[in-house]
Design a protein. Structure first.
Length: 510
């Protein structure tokens, strides 16, 4: 977007662009979200920034009226695959908090000086400033949404000290942490939340199709996950401990995240991964408009607006799921994964996590284990996985490679680097790489043309007329794939073939 396109967005207070760029007003020293209700400033007084960190670095402070930090993030970090976007994904996943800028630079293959120069040129701020902005956003959310002590908020948001926390909050928001908390106006901790549970609101851009919950429900592994059409609960191993959480649909512009146990050092990372799992930073109006321009998809988009691309909480786990699910049904894959999960670490929901020793047992303790680690799978796959010997050997080899570090991939990859890492592995082909690009990276422009359910979805549209790869839908062909999966799963005549691969079947939108 150029200057005047952005200025038109702020003049019309277009909420679609909240979080996608920030408006700074030179005459007041304040930066806002595009939909801020304040009077539109004169063009000569306006400066636009790609990130809130860039506005901070330029000396601006957050608007106290529109709260620009309290919005969904930009979808650009998934749309783009350049160094800046990859860096933002890793920063949001807590890499700088854990390993500093050298760890981030090393993961991306640059020197710290090169990386700083690239990010400053592309985003207007260096990696430390971008990480600080992410910490400030998490801190603001915890301050206004929970009753956590200020010290706990500081360390949960990733600050190294309470002093650093106080200084950053004051610099960014022009308020002390206590004053910022006072703006909550009674919005903290819903009265119906279980005692000892940390409850947060995760905003998204409307519309939001809850079919992503049904997608997860169909693939939920007993003992590891519990899901239905409006909620999803599970355990997740994170760098500093085990998290146990539940996500619920509210239909009110946000998902509710209830965290039963987590190490506070992992809290920001957990929030980021849950947002990725449910694709909460997407711009559904832009996506739907592009897809609806294709007459073949227009009816499906009108029926299911705001369809979300299911993400992944753990890249290694996602690879295991994809490999197990090849060429079998969703139900069969779920059964096979349930068998594998018995080698996962046991989890007792009645025992509080390391950071919430005061929390009482969760009232519905049905989660019994974590998804197995790569090293555990490498040891136990032959005895637990039934089926073709080639699949068993491929999965065991991939698990061993992940456990040793020889197979290394994650949220900071691009589709190209992900393919370079995975394709040399036995049992992994282009379909699996494309599917993992969608799930792990949130890549929006993957079209699985050879997928059985995609072909069935095209037939459900009335035949193969038109462009078979939906190039006109670019850069949103991953969402076109989801619509075709959905259509393939709708009731059809007995003569219509059924897709075989579990991950090639559509989300269960009902």
């Amino acid at each position: 977007m150029d200057f005047w396109q952005r200025y038109k967005a702020i003049d019309t207070r277009d909420a679609r662009f909240d979080g996608q760029f920030y408006t700074a007003v030179k005459s007041t020293g304040i930066y806002c979200r595009p939909s801020c209700p304040a009077r539109t400033p004169k063009p000569e007084n306006v400066e636009f920034f790609e990130t809130s960190a860039a506005a901070h670095e330029s000396g601006y402070r957050a608007c106290k009226r529109c709260l620009p930090e309290a919005v969904p993030g930009t979808p650009a970090w998934n749309i783009r695959s350049d160094v800046a976007a990859r860096a933002m994904r890793l920063i949001n996943d807590g890499l700088v908090d854990d390993g500093g800028v050298p760890a981030l630079a090393g993961r991306l293959g640059y020197s710290t000086r090169q990386l700083g120069r690239i990010l400053s040129q592309e985003l207007g701020a260096g990696p430390l400033a971008l990480a600080r902005a992410a910490r400030a956003q998490t801190a603001r959310q915890l301050l206004v949404s929970t009753g956590m002590s200020l010290a706990d908020v500081a360390f949960a948001a990733g600050f190294n000290s309470v002093r650093q926390f106080n200084e950053t909050i004051s610099a960014v928001f022009d308020k002390t942490p206590g004053q910022l908390r006072a703006t909550a106006n009674g919005r903290r901790d819903p009265v119906d939340a279980p005692a000892g549970t940390l409850t947060l609101r995760l905003p998204y851009r409307e519309p939001f199709d809850p079919g992503v919950f049904r997608f997860l429900e169909a693939r939920a592994i007993p003992g590891v996950e519990i899901a239905d059409g409006t909620s999803y609960e599970r355990t997740l191993a994170l760098p500093h401990g085990v998290a146990h959480f539940r996500v619920s649909a509210t239909g009110q512009g946000y998902l509710e995240l209830q965290i039963h146990s987590v190490n506070l050092k992992d809290l920001h990372r957990l929030i980021t991964r849950v947002r990725r799992l449910f694709d909460l930073d997407a711009d559904p109006q832009a996506i739907d408009a592009a897809l609806a321009a294709d007459p073949r998809l227009a009816a499906s988009v009108a029926e299911v607006p705001g369809l979300r691309l299911p993400g992944a909480l753990d890249p290694q786990e996602m690879l295991v799921r994809a490999m197990v699910g090849q060429q079998i049904t969703v139900s069969a894959a779920r059964t096979a994964l349930a068998g594998l999960s018995v080698c996962g670490e046991r989890f007792d929901a009645s025992e509080p996590g390391p950071a919430t020793a005061e929390a009482p047992p969760h009232p519905e303790a049905r989660i019994t284990r974590l998804f197995p680690t790569a090293s555990s799978l490498a040891e136990h796959v032959p005895e637990l996985l039934r089926g073709p010997a080639r699949r068993t050997a491929s999965l065991q080899a991939a698990a061993a490679a992940m456990a040793s570090g020889d197979l290394d991939f994650g949220f900071g990859d691009t589709p190209e680097t992900l393919a370079a890492a995975l394709l040399p592995q036995a049992g992994i082909g282009p379909w699996t790489v494309g599917y993992l690009s969608m799930r792990i990276l949130g890549a929006p422009d993957v079209f699985l043309a050879g997928d059985a359910a995609v072909r069935n979805g095209i037939r459900a549209l009335g035949g193969d007329a038109g462009d078979p790869t939906f190039t006109a839908a670019s850069p949103w062909r991953s969402y076109a794939t989801l619509h075709l999966w959905r259509l393939a799963a709708l009731p059809r005549t007995a003569t219509t073939s059924t897709p075989a691969n579990p991950e090639r079947k559509a989300p269960h939108h009902g």
